[in-house]
Write a new protein. Sequence first.
Length: 141
Amino acid sequence: MSSTKLDLPKEFNFHVSIPVRITDINYGGHVGNDTVLTLLHEARMKFLYHYEFSEMNFGGVGLIMRDVTIEFKKELFYGDSARVYVTVTNFSLVGFDVFYKMVKNEDEMQVAIAKTGMVCYDYNTKKIASVPITILQTFNH
């Protein structure tokens, strides 16, 4: 069986701690894989908010997720707190990648690494849009 391997950027310029809730626990007694994606989404929203953006107003355009890759490393349990490191890179004309490194807050043990491909989107015209210049300036690309 082959598996996808992510190469993470060397530096992450943001992190957020997210506590594991009882509703995050699956029948196996740990955080489910679907919930890991939800935690990444929460981290991405906090990252955007930190820069005074959102998925609906990213420098004047919206965002949609093109793809996602997650490598699961360790389990999280109720009572744990995840620290999610976030950075953006690989800007193109219409999109970019968001990379994540999720660790246990207590010991920095890696839980998951991930990448989401994001595309700029105009929700009014229902068309893909260019990455705004203000975004490129904000993230120095």
